[in-house]
Design a protein around this ligand. Sequence first.
Ligand code: PMP
Length: 397
Amino acid sequence: LFNAVEMAPRDPILGLTEQFVADPNPKKVNLGVGVYYDDNGKLPLLECVQKAEEKMMAAHAARGYLPIDGIAAYDAAIKALVFGADSEAVKSGRVATVQALGGTGGLKIGADFLKKLNPTAKVLISDPSWENHRGIFRDAGFTVENYPYYDADKRGIDMDGMLTALNTAPAGTIVVLHACCHNPTGYDLTAAQWDQVVAAVKARKLVAFLDMAYQGFGQGIAEDGIAVAKFLASGEDFLVSTSFSKSLSLYGERVGALSVLCQNKDEATRVLSQLKIVIRTNYSNPPTHGGQVAATILNTPELRALWEKELAAMRVRIKEMRGALVGKLKEKGVQRDFGFITQQVGMFSYSGLTKEQMVRLRNEFGVYGIESGRICVAALNSKNIDYVAESIATVVR
Ligand code: PMP
């Protein structure tokens, strides 16, 4: 039966981590990951999470099955977080939200739902994108193509290319958009550029699917919601996946959601019924713990305030590391201007380093990044930054 099964290619990022673990260099630094580490290089367990868990443990709740769409208080909190508690869309009941297994789960539920709705639609993802976008939509049965996004010469966004792709896409094309903190480049659209994208999506009758994996890591919770706010104002239907993996540092709990904005409550009820079928036939219902932690934090004012403080601290630390890296490269006599790193947002930076330079960083210095030049700025800290800057300075000299 399994005789002809071929070996699947290894996940390139996980492969890099394995190589990192095996590297005996005591100075090694892993900038290949998509994880936020604190200044001690440790994965944080947020205080708001600890407090929520203490509350939950004190209640000694039994673990029955959750409803198919998850914890009601969790879904309500997601709607308020993503669309605004006072938004007309939430108040009128025209958002269908389901708890999902991380942001990946939200994307997958959305992809399966859209495939049933419009099986011949094409999917457009950014070039480059989080590679799993391609896999998720391809394995849901779609043809996946790219829209231009990163302009390496300009070190920024190829807005003309992106708009041309959107303006020539057939009606019904699903466009996956990074709502904030673009992975892997770190370049986000400005407010004016979002207006252009929203207008193109509307004019061409495209379907926007916003991937919101880093809300609060860019400029702030509300600021990072700008794309959602603009699509909401456009009056179009759209989808949003949410992830708390980074923002609550709950990677392994698989806490996320999918929200579908509909025209009215009746439509949202019907959409929800279809999302439930997708969930039911995949994993039946979501797990209890992570969703309950998030719901407790979001719905308890003191914990919510604590979360916002802790999230801001992570955001500020990443920004400081961006500034520090640029400063140190200058200090070490690097002529090339790396100032663009401070213009990028979120956990990642397209550093502009070539594949050869990335390979040298890894082999000669134990500094691991992706060969595309992507480094995780959130893995830099006050102890490793000097070594990283020195290593980069050496390979760019
Ligand atoms: N979308 C993007 C752009 C991401 O970077 C990630 C995580 N690396 C995800 C979605 C998936 O998030 P999760 O781990 O919550 O499934």
